[in-house]
Ligand binder design. Structure first.
Ligand code: 3PG
Length: 217
């Protein structure tokens, strides 16, 4: 495999991570919510949007955002197989996030031109992802697997790896993660609460995005 995370589309995992202090993890159950939700996040200063492949509507939502919200960069989350990577790319996703790492998923994302943020929770998984050329990784589930202390411990042996901790991260603890030198951004679902989405409360989502975007890396 190649030695960088660059893709043929030119977007890299590092660019995805550096755009804002947060990558929102989004679960969409209704295609009608996709475009107003994406516009609400963009209005709050958050453009890199991870739509998880966890609902039957997810691919249609990615398609709608890619088509109608050019200011956003839509990616697919929960990518666990070659088929997931292929359908995400077909739908218009520009990056992928996976909850764990396999070489098959890494290669599939390269094949379809998706920048990949692979999920890791152990040293062995970091080493496998690094062997395949990935140096920007998602630490998942971050709080449950050791939190900021784990990232501090990894900064020794894995001095050349940068992380996006996700899982149990919130507006309250995000700053503690962002203060670490090996953290580029955080990920989390708190920007898009299910009740705000169901109520069409886009102003609340914009406010949550703005509050998070204001955190300094
Ligand atoms: C996930 O994949 O569910 C994310 O890591 C979100 O975790 P969170 O809901 O704790 O932010």
């Amino acid at each position: 495999m190649s030695s960088t995370t660059s893709t043929s589309a030119g977007l890299t995992a590092l660019q995805v991570m550096q755009d804002a202090p947060v990558i929102p993890v989004i679960v969409l159950n209704d295609v009608a919510h996709a475009v107003p939700m994406a516009r609400a996040l963009v209005a709050g200063g958050v453009r890199m949007l991870e739509v998880t492949l966890r609902t039957p509507q997810a691919l249609a939502c990615i398609e709608a955002i890619a088509r109608e919200v050019p200011e956003a960069v839509v990616g697919a989350g929960t990518v666990r197989s070659r088929a997931d990577a292929q359908s995400a790319a077909r739908a218009g996703a520009r990056f992928a996030v996976s909850p764990g790492y396999t070489s098959a998923v890494g290669q599939a994302c390269r094949d379809v031109g998706l920048a990949l943020l692979p999920g890791v929770a152990t040293g062995s998984e970091i080493m496998m992802a690094q062997e395949d050329g990935f140096t920007e990784l998602k630490f998942f589930p971050a709080m449950q697997a050791g939190g900021p202390g784990m990232l501090k411990a990894w900064s020794g042996p894995f001095f050349d790896v940068r992380f996006c901790p996700t899982g149990g991260v919130s507006l309250q603890n995000a700053a503690e993660f962002l203060a670490l030198p090996n953290v580029v951004c955080v990920g989390g679902s708190w920007l898009v609460p299910a009740d705000a989405m169901a109520a069409g409360d886009w102003a609340r989502i914009t406010q949550l995005a703005a509050d998070t975007a204001a955190l300094r890396k």
